[in-house]
Design a protein around this ligand. Structure first.
Ligand code: PLP
Length: 373
């Protein structure tokens, strides 16, 4: 095989391109924390929590050490645990389910809507039992779930709604930002997310002072007052260094999301006549395109053809949660969630990040069209 000139390669993500744009600012912010040796719970943590809550249009935020932790502590803040059921979707990153399992509760999975790839609201309705305590819709790929009917359903059955907003920082549903749509939301701040730290990080966002207070207590050894431990808590704090990086990056998030939106529009335009299924943005939503996911029956061959041209792609996700070995004990089987299973065979995510150039997008789109027609 010919070697591909580095310049012609299109990586799936390029964290370095973004770092180079803000290197001076980030380096200074990190060094400032180090010079003050403010490693744990430095001022930047509270500062970032408040500005991220404000950004979401919510009252409170508590920084934690990952998105998985944010989901888990959000559930624990509502006392969800053994014997309880939490409804989420089968096509999500495994962490959504792992967080539910970590509390001792049981993840109850449902299928997705084939248009938006988001949680199927009618399926949620069908999955509610006496044991159901919460619904955890995932704003998958950067598009908010259909929250109004979900909140209505939750109200009717007395359930808590926790948004898995790990892929949707800044996305909007009917004008309102993720983080302010459910009762509480959890965000991942993993490096490659739309807003990413320089290591693991996450944050819980809520309007409920009691939930914020509970997460605050749980993530810091179960104490509200130093050395007074009310519950068997955890050490799940957000590092000051990460909060400092996130503070620098937050002010760029809208511009970075706008760039992703332009990239998605260009992909849509260039792939309009091709034989792949392009993603749909619901009319009442602002998608922030964490991922740009297309569908084709020739997925594996397409992925190989793109790789041969130096174009990297990823499948999100190749094995649905209900067919993972780790979840054998839940008793699901192949065929339970037809949309999720079909899409797992057909989806592929094209390169998507803010610093992608139009030239790179055209190269990717041309390669896709050349292959699929
Ligand atoms: C990334 C992600 C998580 C987990 O976040 P971590 O920070 O990696 O723990 C959870 N849910 C979804 C949908 C994600 O994409």
């Amino acid at each position: 095989m010919k070697t591909i000139d580095n310049v012609m390669k299109v990586p799936f993500v390029d964290l370095k391109a973004q770092y180079e744009l803000i290197a001076d600012e980030v380096d200074a912010a990190i060094m400032d924390v180090i010079h003050r040796t403010a490693f744990i719970m430095g001022d930047e943590v509270r500062q970032f929590e408040q500005e991220f809550a404000d950004y979401c249009g919510a009252k409170y935020a508590v920084g934690v050490d990952s998105g998985t932790t944010a989901l888990e502590l959000a559930l624990r803040a509502y006392d969800i645990g053994p014997g309880d059921e939490v409804i989420t979707q089968a096509n999500t990153f495994i962490a959504t389910a792992l967080a539910i399992s970590a509390t001792g509760a049981t993840p109850v999975l449902v299928d997705i809507d084939p248009e938006t790839y988001l949680i199927d609201v009618a399926a949620i309705r069908g999955a509610i039992t006496e044991k159901t305590k919460a619904i955890m819709p995932v704003h998958l790929y950067g598009q908010p779930a259909d929250m109004d009917p979900i909140m209505e359903l939750a109200e009717k059955h007395g359930l808590v709604v926790i948004e898995d907003s790990a892929q949707a920082h800044g996305a909007r549903y009917k004008g309102r930002r993720t983080g302010s749509l459910g009762h509480t939301a959890a965000f991942s701040l993993y490096p490659s997310k739309n807003l990413g730290a320089y290591g693991d990080a996450g944050i819980v966002v809520t309007d409920d002072p009691e939930v914020a207070d509970n997460v605050n207590m749980l993530h810091n050894y179960g104490q509200r007052k130093k050395y007074h431990h009310e519950e068997i808590g955890y050490n799940h704090r957000l590092d000051t260094v990460q909060a400092a990086v996130l503070h620098v990056k937050l002010k760029y998030l809208d511009a970075w999301n706008a760039a992703r939106q332009r990239h998605a529009e260009l992909y849509n335009e260039l792939l309009a006549e091709s034989n792949v299924v392009t993603p749909i943005q619901a009319e009442d939503r602002d998608h922030v395109w964490h991922l740009y996911v297309i569908r084709t029956k020739q997925r594996d061959a397409l992925q190989e053809a793109l790789q041969a041209k130096g174009i990297s792609t990823v499948i999100h996700y190749p094995i649905p949660v209900h067919l993972q070995k780790a979840y054998e004990s839940l008793g699901y089987k192949s065929g339970d969630f037809p949309n999720t299973e079909q899409f797992a065979r057909e989806i592929v995510s094209l390169p998507m990040y803010s610093e992608l150039t139009s030239d790179q997008i055209m190269r990717v789109a041309n390669a896709v069209t050349e292959f699929t027609g």
